[in-house]
Design a protein around this ligand. Structure first.
Ligand SMILES: C[S@@+](CC[C@H](N)C(=O)[O-])C[C@H]1O[C@@H](n2cnc3c(N)ncnc32)[C@H](O)[C@@H]1O
Length: 203
């Protein structure tokens, strides 16, 4: 859907994690999928991944065979970790899929250490009016069409478009996360907010 640009965004995102200078602390990747983030991260220990689809982990295990990652099959809304356990919790393109965002953010806050960071990257809607119309056209018309031709799966691409349209504004998502005890540090916008990185801290 990003026409491949998400690879650059993921690179930028991984650099951000590396610049937090966490030496031997635990890092959790939520909605870890096929393990892209840990694959790019320059570290091989104290890594934890959770995703509800075990087949995703199977792919990650092959891709990240040289890394020591502890996998859990489960949901962000109810995680099997001790409280104050992670220095960094990460989530790329997963927050949009959480069934109960409040519960998931509360779980993240519970599992995060004091002064730990929660970063997530997610698609959003561009803030600039000039971009909004072509963006909506791409999302609602072209994306489902491309999905049905290339992936033969119009339904999934329609869901993707709808979940992006229904995702809260930046202010609202920040408010939701802060209501569970996190403190917003920074938001980094790409393409005027079509893709964003949010950084929170547990003070
Ligand atoms: C678009 S993929 C992103 C995967 C990976 N983070 C990446 O950037 O390539 C979304 C992932 O969210 C996972 N997911 C869906 N609902 C979830 C939930 N409630 N808690 C945790 N993960 C969830 C899915 O299984 C899927 O692997």
């Amino acid at each position: 859907m990003s026409l491949g640009v998400h690879r650059l965004w993921k690179k930028y995102y991984v650099n951000l994690i590396e610049n937090l200078h966490i030496s031997s602390e635990n890092i959790l990747d939520i909605a870890s999928g096929t393990g892209d983030i840990f694959y790019s991260l320059n570290r091989s220990k104290n890594l934890f991944a959770i995703d509800p689809i075990s087949e995703m982990h199977s792919i990650s295990k092959v891709k990240n065979s040289k890394k020591s990652i502890s996998y859990e099959t489960g949901f962000a809304e109810k995680m099997p970790y001790k409280k104050n356990y992670f220095q960094v919790i990460s989530c790329t393109y997963g927050v949009r899929n959480f069934e109960n965002r409040n519960k998931a953010f509360s779980e993240i806050t519970r599992c995060l250490k004091k002064n730990g960071y929660f970063l997530f990257m997610e698609f959003g809607k561009p803030k600039r009016d000039l971009l909004l119309e072509p963006f909506n056209l791409y999302l609602n018309k072209w994306l489902p069409l491309i999905g049905s031709i290339v992936a033969k799966d119009r339904h999934s691409y329609k869901y993707l478009a709808e979940s992006i349209q229904n995702f809260p504004s930046q202010d609202n998502i920040i408010m939701q996360a802060e209501s569970t005890g996190l403190t917003h540090q920074k938001t980094i916008d790409f393409l005027s907010g079509a893709n964003n990185i949010y950084i929170f801290k547990k003070l």
